[in-house]
Design a protein around this ligand. Structure first.
Ligand code: CDP
Ligand code: CDP
Length: 208
């Protein structure tokens, strides 16, 4: 079974993806980490994320073991990721890795922006997770504060809106709900409720 989860920033894709993978005994890939690692590599090389040559080189020689997840999850890597991810050659360099991950037995849950539309168009189940921007900003702000970073939700909200706009308007694999994806709006849901709703979506697809 392959489960594709897409959605805007901090909608809960990763949390739901991880929990679905545990529930069904599947492997999980947070594809955002790939783009974050490319973005961080470019910054570490002293270049800007709009530097096409640097971004393409970083994507083509990506070594994920070089990064710790806490650094990749930060705002700086996220912002850089949303620039390098608009470069078609960067996306092309990461396609095979993602498809090979999805194809391995017993199946996988992948979350990102283009899983249901481009990476795994034949996925057994596609879920498009969303929530109101203000709610997403509060969730991400809480994560930053729990990690000891002083941020206010207004700044996080502005960052999220900018990134969503960039991800939705780019020409290469934009953020978009696949025609056959089920929409899951978690604005008024806690994590447990959202996970339960995602499991119901998977079960309905398996029956139908
Ligand atoms: O966790 P959050 O939703 O904030 O971001 P992420 O999923 O880690 O993705 C970071 C950035 O990588 C996004 O803003 C996109 O620009 C890019 N991305 C992408 O283009 N395609 C994917 N499949 C996953 C991430
Ligand atoms: O992967 P993505 O950026 O879409 O979001 P995430 O990292 O899975 O979730 C961002 C934060 O929102 C996490 O701290 C979750 O615990 C929290 N959260 C959630 O994911 N779903 C809810 N229904 C409520 C809160």
């Amino acid at each position: 079974m392959i489960i594709a989860i897409d959605g805007p920033a901090a909608s809960g894709k990763g949390t739901i993806g991880k929990r679905l993978a545990a529930h069904y005994g599947l492997r999980h890939l947070d594809t955002g980490l790939l783009y974050r690692a490319v973005g961080k590599s470019v910054l570490d090389a002293g270049k800007t994320p709009d530097d096409r040559k640097a971004a393409i080189a970083a994507a083509q020689s990506l070594d994920l073991t070089r990064f710790d997840e806490a650094t990749l999850k930060g705002a700086e890597a996220g912002e850089a990721a949303s620039h390098v991810s608009a470069i078609p050659e960067v996306r092309a360099a990461l396609v095979n890795y993602q498809r090979a991950f999805a194809a391995e037995k017993p199946g996988a849950v992948l979350d990102g922006r283009d899983i249901g539309t481009v990476i795994c168009p034949d996925a057994d189940v596609k879920i498009f997770v969303t929530a109101a921007p203000e709610v997403r900003a509060t969730r991400r702000g809480n994560e930053y504060r729990a990690a000891g970073k002083a941020v206010d939700d207004a700044t996080v909200l502005a960052d999220i809106r900018k990134r969503d706009e960039r991800d939705s308007s780019r020409a290469a694999s934009p953020l978009r709900q696949a025609d056959d994806a089920v929409l899951l709006d978690t604005t008024a849901m806690g994590v447990e409720e959202a996970v339960a709703a995602a499991i119901r979506i998977v079960e309905a697809r398996r029956r139908g």
